[in-house]
Design a protein around this ligand. Sequence first.
Ligand SMILES: Cc1ncc(C[n+]2csc(CCOP(=O)(O)OP(=O)(O)O)c2C)c(N)n1
Length: 575
Amino acid sequence: MSVPQPSPRPMTGGDMVIRCLEREGVEVVYGYSGGAAMPIFDALVDSKIKFVLVRHEQGATHMADGYARSSGRPGVVLVTSGPGATNCVTGLLTALMDSVPMIVLTGQTITSMLGKDAFQEADVTGITYPVVKHSYLVKNAADIPRVMKEAFHIATTGRPGPVLIDLPKDITQGPCTAPFVDHVSIPGYKIPGRADPAAIKQAAAYLSKARKPVLYVGNGAVMSGAGEAILRLAEKLGAPIVNTLLGKGACREDHPLHLGMLGMHGTAYANKAVDGCDLIMAIGARWDDRITGKLSEFCKDAVKLHIDVDRAEFSKIVKPHVSMLGDAKLVIEDLLPLVTKADTGEWLKEINAWRKAYPLKYPKKGGLRAQYVLDRLDKLGGRDCIITTDVGQHQMWAAQFCLTTKNRHWLSSGGAGTMGFGFPSAIGAAMANPGKKAWCVVGDGGFQMTLCELATAMLQKVDVKILVINNSYLGMIRQWQELFFDNRLSGADLEGNPDFVKLAEAYGVKAWRVKRAGDVDKVLKKAMEHKGPCLVEAEVVKEDNVFPMIPAGAPLSGMIIEKPKHKMEKPTGST
Ligand SMILES: Cc1ncc(C[n+]2csc(CCOP(=O)(O)OP(=O)(O)O)c2C)c(N)n1
């Protein structure tokens, strides 16, 4: 049966939105339909852009986010007004906190009904104002080409972030005859490139003098692709590298100068190095409270240098001796010829002694350990895969045991700590990187927040391997209650968990359960070899803790390497 072809019609606002997406090179849009967005959905029918119908709008935002983080290209979301748009708020916060380029198109009620409590009306630009880099409410179809061009420019340049475009239905349904826009002109919006040469010279002098330097690498280094340049700088200086949770992968973590992750659950030797350094240079990192602990004690006597693409980060938390506003890669490249090798031999010896004395470790007895499963994933090819995580203990163990050696191969919600992020972001990452496997490491709690996207994974046949670390608890919550609240468990027991294997199978997704260390390799290999989505449920020790740990608000020197015998003070840090 042949499908009737649509009769040629004048271009609508909805058509213009889609044409603009095509001109920006968009391949895929994630979303959920609804009344106010129908003209845009109608225009999609005539486009080559792939539309992925998710099962919840939050899932669409995290898929677009995973697509963007893993590829550097903006992720695009299309949803309807009211609840469709408000379901995107968590995804917007997640993307904003981690500087992810994203475009969110929301349908809106017709312009004549704005502010009149029309059906499914919500003040979406108002509600999302604090969680976007920028937003637009389009009241004139002629503005669509300019708004679309600007939105992509703003989302992807400088410090990237999500941009929301609210599109009333009469605007997308009515005619649009405006020409395409090829150039943007936004007065006052400047994109930093190379930093001030005077600042570079000053920083180079400090770096050349330092005897105990540390390079502290964050998400800005991932986004600018600064890794190679940072490694050259580290080698030239003889300086160790530490990375934040989001900085994983900027520089290969198996490099001899790399000490792994710093901060609350970082390696002991990374934190000892930061605590004992005489100079620390933040490269696209923002002195987050998970890193600094008690601020007044943090690197008290060390010289602090800061490279960032966002001027607002300078002196927000830490006042640097030198700030360098610019793209991390360009700044490091400019620093390289100016630094001379300092004598850091003693410093590296000291660090290597810490490495030997305080390796990452976990109990080998008493049942299957999440750490073991993740260690095996790392050894069985995990480093060639993209790894996404959800939030909780499994996230920290994955950060510790799954080394990242390739840029944009580690995706985790850092700033917002959004449970529910891990699985959908893996779908987006797999779609952005055909031929790559995406492993999603997720807790039994967080998986249940967005597991409806099993349908999306199955329909899109994505190569996503879901590793559910099932400890039957909201593990990180249980850990804090055990350590700081006299083990008075409250709202931490995940009684009522489903059978994850049966659940996956109900969606047509292949699944295995593993309970014994001896079976881990076999099951992980099966999952690696399986084409398309599959799930491994690892039934792990229920009551295990992530160490090392710096309690929130404690100084780095207050790091706990193993479970203390004494009762601990309640943490005083922000959360
Ligand atoms: C949306 C959301 N709600 C609540 C939290 C607070 N939180 C942080 S970790 C955590 C527990 C996660 O449990 P689970 O997913 O089972 O992972 P586990 O810690 O056991 O590895 C909770 C509730 C959060 N980060 N995000």
